[in-house]
Design a protein around this ligand. Structure first.
Ligand code: FE
Length: 283
């Protein structure tokens, strides 16, 4: 058993996306384009409605999965398949864009602050054009595992026999939201070879062997984990909260353009042509 250690620590970059939503971006930046198969990592959080109310008006996606996890506040969504709903505090929406979807994601004004995450998971070539699919998971259906010093929401993957709410995803992801009490620790097997990352969003944590781990990682930071079989995280000062994510890398060529991630530039050009000609959405 090899314990995973921190390979790199990314300071989120302030960014603006959609019609002007202010957010903190850790993947899909000039410094870190992607971390196979993760092609975007955004943390949106604000007390000021002006930072987010413009939202993400109608836009397309193809070739990826977009995963939205809300901590607080809510986002109304609507799409070209006829789905509509609200992602509220604690809810997850795992959207497989596949061959194509047009949707809007509009954060709603207070009364509470807006806080949440969106990640993009790349799809392999053989599934780029798969049928679009949603897994909408309300907070109440996300298993919670309690251990001494740690409470874990299992969005995807498995903790102590509890299966994550989101299943049958190609990349075999683990997506955990872990709350550590002061002095608490958490250990989780992560399949060897899978890309692993940790996003600290409250407090600070230490990773790995206490004798050898580097300086504590404060929030907000994305820690990129080296390879291994298991990750061990400790609250370094007071309580802490972090996301633990892992997934199987694709090792395939990629071509990203805005909200599309395909394998080749030609596929991106074809996607843009279909959008112009109105054939982007498959029957
Ligand atoms: Fe979107």
């Amino acid at each position: 058993m090899t314990e995973r250690s921190v390979q790199d620590v990314v300071i989120p970059t302030p960014a603006s996306d959609g019609a002007g939503v202010k957010l903190k971006r850790s993947i899909a930046t000039p410094e870190l384009d992607h971390l196979d198969p993760f092609f975007l990592f955004d943390h949106f959080g604000s007390d000021r409605p002006d930072d987010y109310l413009a939202g993400f008006p109608l836009h397309p996606h193809r070739g990826i999965e977009t995963v939205t996890y809300m901590l607080d506040g809510s986002v109304a969504h609507r799409d070209s398949l006829g789905n509509a709903g609200v992602i509220g505090a604690g809810d997850v929406q795992w959207m497989t864009a596949g061959s194509g979807i047009l949707h809007e994601e509009m954060p709603k004004a207070g009364p509470r602050r807006l806080d949440g995450f969106q990640i993009w998971v790349n799809l392999p070539a053989k599934l780029k054009m798969t049928r679009p699919r949603y897994q909408d998971v309300p907070a109440g259906r996300i298993p919670r595992v309690t251990r001494p010093g740690a409470e874990v929401r299992v969005i995807a993957g498995e903790v102590d026999g509890a299966q994550g709410a989101v299943r049958e995803i190609f990349a075999g992801p683990t997506y955990l939201d872990v709350a550590l009490s002061a002095g608490g620790a958490f250990e989780q097997p992560v399949p060897r070879g899978h890309t692993g990352l940790l996003y600290v969003y409250q407090g600070e944590v230490s990773v790995g062997d206490p004798a050898r781990s580097g300086p504590a990682i404060p929030s907000p930071r994305l820690a990129i984990l080296g390879d291994g079989d298991v990750v061990r995280v400790r609250a370094a000062a007071g309580p802490a909260r972090f996301l633990l994510l892992s997934a199987q890398p694709l090792h395939e060529p990629y071509a990203r353009y805005g909200p599309f991630v395909m394998n080749t530039r030609e596929e991106v050009m074809e996607t843009l042509r279909e959008l112009r000609e109105g054939t982007f959405i498959r029957a």
